[in-house]
Write a protein of this length. Structure first.
Lengths: 396, 498
């Protein structure tokens, strides 16, 4: 009996999970399904579709706090806060173009389940840093809440942040409370050209260590455009402040060679492209998302280039490497070994065929005691193993 | 007698004290194990000084291996462990247990690695909060979270409590500034979370550990993010005839898209106490005083000072001063920073509370607090992290007068219930500890609290780490793990199915 359950509210979610727990029937938890090709394929007979659990419960711009049901479309949320002169500062990325699907899909619950953050993560924090509270249904079929609707709160364990990035394997989130921020008055980008990876990352780290309050720091090697590399630094804020900091940054980085500026429109277009992985759109080759210390980024790529054909670019001051293996193989062992060799971090296989993802460790393998602890945590939330089984780790 | 009860000590463990002592001495040699009653007195309380308890034994390990062995021994032998940093907890998080080993991490006091390119510093957990900034400030960097105890509190304790400070509206709490941890589980296993890179490869246990109040593991190494110091900082001192005006001014500043580095409010009793103590030049004829600090590039700060001044004038400010020098800015802060000792001068004792409320509720909460003050017969002064709604009412009492501590605690509990009632929370930055433990049921349902306790079971199924803190009722993990499910047909005919 394969079924899709489409609850309209938290109580109906609770009922569905209660039933699944009683019958030990695994569920695949989805929102709009926009990130279904990300992570390991779930082995579940039934689908629990949250796309009907929608709506804004409360939004008070003066409190910088917004509460929404998990199935609310991320596009709807971003539009709402924009209309109120605010933003979701973690700049959630859109996987649509990467997976060859429509852009603009996805729910806030899905964004948090995958802890998706864009370029501004280096200044404003990750998606998880903007979560203040939630209501969720555990794999036991019990609705619980954690956190609150205020920015400063240490009452009990921080389950709202812990559930971010858990890909629906611990609990089914039904409502989330987010911290929102004022939208910057304007933005501009300084572009330095012709630097190699090593020099480019050096510039990014130098700028991040300055008081210029850089809110985006990426290096786009020459393969992406014009056979000329671009090292890009974004400034956002009040107009007078952006102008002032732009001058300071140009002065500081002047010795690195040629540069030009992008004003607001050009800057936005550039960063939207970086945020949504435009350089990899329209291709089918496997894509890795690798997080390392910023200075380790170019070391990692240089090391891999000696044995793999690849295209890569860098966000997060060099610490986020987006990489595609142009020969179509995923090169799992080589990539993981290289991450360890440059000081550690993690590599996640973001795009690959379903069969490949089934047979691989999509998420970076953990040490034995840490993997065991994660498994125990899963059991405490979901003792029957019915929520998105196998989505992160095979058999869990 | 005080109101908060701790679990009764296990007589069987007390009877084994000599055996436990010997075992710990074999792991940590020399002066690293303290068992003399006189020497253990130094550890009998933290900054919630109304509660005191001698521990069974105090142990001060110096290596991760020793921490691991101590925990493994205690785990294997069913001995409780209370981890302790600098002992500055205001909620009793480090209050010892009579039948528990007190594990002090203060010998872990070294800065291990300073990496300016990656803006990361690796330290041992006993390094003080300010010690991190001290280690990097010659290069213009600092560590952003700045709890008022920063000169004394340890970074390990900051992790346990998810500490904040006056700058956290703009720069975040501890949880937003920690990149990695090394920690020892109660079994003695050592695990690493995060590092100089961002985000997690699996469950975000770094988020779970931050603010876990010593109940999940013992931190042995911390990696934090450092920031370049803002180019400049200036402050406005703004007085209002009513707290409503002050509250509206704060809301208007935020609505204008301005996130100040710090935004602090004081009520009249706090203003007077502070002014009497340090002569900061605060106006005495106002009901609310606001300090707004703007930091960042000079051009931006000058621009925003003008904007905030306009907003203040539009909100009936009766008094506005703008700092023209670093010295003047420090004077503005002097009264606020001295508010606690200033209140200590006008009252023999005070209890510092720590609720958070939605900002719009401030006038209502202050008015209700005045009523409660009458009801309990005790005075109260308020300092308020206005930007993020974190309220610190200081309840004035005299511990030498019979019944006053109990009255102060009852007053405090009423205030925190009020915070929850208006949509806020029990604690913004001080932690639950023992102080707010019994109020948890006012904020959370039984199901909420049980799911939290199940998390503890994943880390510490025997519940040996810091028991008696945070949770009002201790459930055994076996009991928490039971599932009450009713088999049968689909119970949700209304859910559309395809």
């Amino acid at each position: 009996m394969d079924a899709t359950f489409k609850p309209g509210n938290a109580q109906e979610v609770e009922e569905a999970v209660k039933w699944a727990a009683a019958e030990t029937q695994p569920l695949e938890i989805i929102g709009q399904g926009s990130k279904r090709p990300f992570g390991r394929p779930v082995q579940a007979a039934h689908v629990l579709d949250l796309s009907g659990v929608t709506g804004i419960e409360s939004y008070e711009p003066a409190e910088l706090v917004l509460t929404a049901r998990a199935g609310t479309s991320i596009a709807v949320l971003e539009k709402l806060v924009e209309e109120n002169g605010q933003e979701l500062s973690f700049e959630p990325m859109d996987f649509g173009p990467l997976f060859g699907e429509e852009p603009g899909r996805g729910t806030i619950g899905g964004v948090l389940a995958a802890n998706l953050s864009g370029p501004r993560r280096i200044k404003a924090g990750a998606a998880r840093d903007h979560v203040l509270g939630l209501e969720a249904v555990s794999g036991r079929g019990e609705l619980f809440k954690s956190g609150g609707r205020v920015v400063k709160n240490v009452t009990g364990y921080d389950l709202p942040r812990t559930l971010c990035g858990s890909f629906g394997t611990l609990a089914v989130t039904t409502t989330v409370t987010l911290k929102v921020n004022p939208r910057p008055e304007t933005s501009a980008t300084l572009v330095l050209t012709g630097l190699d990876d090593q020099e480019g990352i050096q510039v990014l780290c130098d700028a991040m260590g300055s008081s210029a309050e850089v809110s985006g720091a990426a290096h786009l090697p020459e393969w992406i455009d014009d056979n000329r590399s671009r090292t890009v630094l974004r400034l956002e804020g009040f107009k007078s402040s952006v102008d002032y900091r732009m001058k300071a940054l140009q002065q500081r980085l002047g010795s690195y060679g040629a540069s030009y500026q992008l004003e607001e429109a050009g800057s936005k277009e550039l960063w939207d492209g970086i945020r949504n992985l435009a350089p990899f759109a329209g291709r089918r080759t496997p894509v890795w998302r690798i997080s390392v210390a910023p200075t380790a980024g170019p070391q990692l790529v240089a090391r891999l280039k000696s044995s793999i054909e690849l295209d890569a670019f860098y966000d997060w001051s060099g610490g986020l490497v987006w990489l595609t293996c142009t020969d179509g193989d995923i090169h799992q062992a080589r990539i993981r070994a290289a991450v360890d060799a440059v000081g550690g971090g993690h590599a996640t296989l973001v795009r690959a065929d379903s069969s490949v993802r089934s047979d691989s460790a999509v998420f970076h393998p953990q040490s034995a005691p840490l993997a065991a602890l994660s498994r125990r945590l899963k059991e405490q939330f979901d003792p029957k193993g019915i929520l998105n089984p196998g989505r992160m780790v095979s058999g869990v | 007698m005080t109101a908060i009860a701790m679990p009764a000590p296990d007589k069987a463990v007390l009877a084994r004290r000599q055996e436990i002592l010997k075992a710990l001495q074999a792991i940590v040699p020399g002066e690293g194990v303290i068992h003399d009653e006189r020497e253990m007195r130094a550890y009998e309380t933290d900054a919630l000084t109304a509660y005191r308890q001698l521990p069974l034994i105090v142990v001060l390990p110096e290596t991760v291996e020793q921490v691991s062995k101590v925990l493994k021994y205690c785990h294997d032998n069913d001995v409780k462990v209370v981890p302790r940093g600098a002992g500055t907890s205001l909620s009793g998080g480090a209050l010892p247990l009579g039948d528990g080993v007190l594990l002090s991490m203060m010998k872990f006091n070294r800065v291990l690695d300073i990496d300016y390119s990656n803006r990361a510093v690796v330290v041992q957990p006993g390094v003080t909060n300010l010690g991190i900034t001290r280690a990097v400030e010659h290069e213009g960097f600092y560590y952003a979270p700045d709890p008022s105890s920063q000169i004394a509190c340890s970074i390990g304790g900051n992790i346990a409590e998810n500490s904040g400070g006056v700058h956290c509206l703009k720069y975040g709490l501890t949880t937003n500034n920690v990149l990695g941890l090394e920690m020892v589980l109660v079994t003695g296993e050592v695990i690493r979370l995060g590092g100089k890179h961002l985000d997690s490869e699996g469950y975000d246990l770094l988020a779970l550990m931050t603010g876990s109040e010593g109940l999940l593991g013992v931190v042995t190494e911390v990696t934090v993010r450092i920031l370049q110091k803002p180019e400049t900082a200036r402050a406005l001192l703004i007085g209002f005839p009513t707290s409503e005006d002050g509250g509206r001014c704060v809301a208007d500043i935020i609505a204008a898209g301005i996130i100040p580095g710090g935004m602090e409010m004081m009520d009249k009793p706090a203003i007077h106490a502070a002014e009497d103590f340090v002569n900061a030049g605060y106006p005495r004829d106002v009901e609310a005083l606001l300090i707004v600090e703007l930091d960042g590039p000079e051009g931006e700060v000058d621009y925003l000072i003008d904007r905030v001044e306009e907003i203040a004038r539009a909100n009936q400010a009766s008094h506005i001063r703008i700092s023209e020098s670093e010295e003047e800015r420090m004077t503005f802060w002097a009264g606020r920073k001295a508010a606690f000792p200033a209140v200590g001068r006008i009252s023999p004792d005070y209890l510092c509370m720590d609720g958070t409320i939605p900002r719009r509720e401030l006038p209502k909460v202050l008015a209700r607090m005045r009523d409660l003050s009458g009801k309990h017969g005790l005075g109260v002064a308020n300092v308020f992290h206005a930007g993020d709604g974190n309220l610190h009412p200081l309840i004035l009492y005299d511990a030498n007068k019979p019944g006053e501590l109990e009255a102060a605690e009852a007053f405090g509990a009423d205030i925190l219930r009020l915070c929850v009632e208006v949509g806020g929370v029990l604690t913004g930055e001080h932690g639950v500890g023992i102080e707010k433990r019994d109020l948890m049921t006012d904020m959370f349902t039984d199901a909420d609290l049980k799911q939290q306790q199940r998390v503890k079971c994943a880390f510490d199924p025997k519940q040996l780490l810091n028991p008696g803190k945070v949770f009002p009722v201790l459930h055994r993990c076996a009991e928490l793990g039971k599932m009450h499910v009713h088999k049968g047909k689909l119970p949700f005919p209304d859910i559309p199915r395809f």
